[in-house]
Design a protein. Sequence first.
Length: 117
Amino acid sequence: VQLVESGGGLVQPGGSLRLSCVASGFTFSIYVMSWYRQSPGKGRELVATINSAGGSTNYANSVKGRFTISRDNGKNTVFLQMNSLKPEDTAVYFCKAFTTRGNLVYWGQGTQVTVSS
């Protein structure tokens, strides 16, 4: 089982990034997918979630209207489009896969996003 994030980097305030998380080793299409982030000295924060079919999404209040989660089950990939980035969005971003029963949970290794001028 593997989740591999990519797409992080350094961006100026107001800029955009698109994160990707490619899954392998499990049946991606039946798993709920989430993006989390963690800043130094803080706990891991839930950013966005998308259901297995991609028809339902939820967002943290701090990113609503700026971030969009989506998935391509044919490519075993979940995305996080991040627009209007702010310095407080700086964090390591992780993707998480889990079953609706919560009995199986997988995490990626994370990708760094830094928003700074």
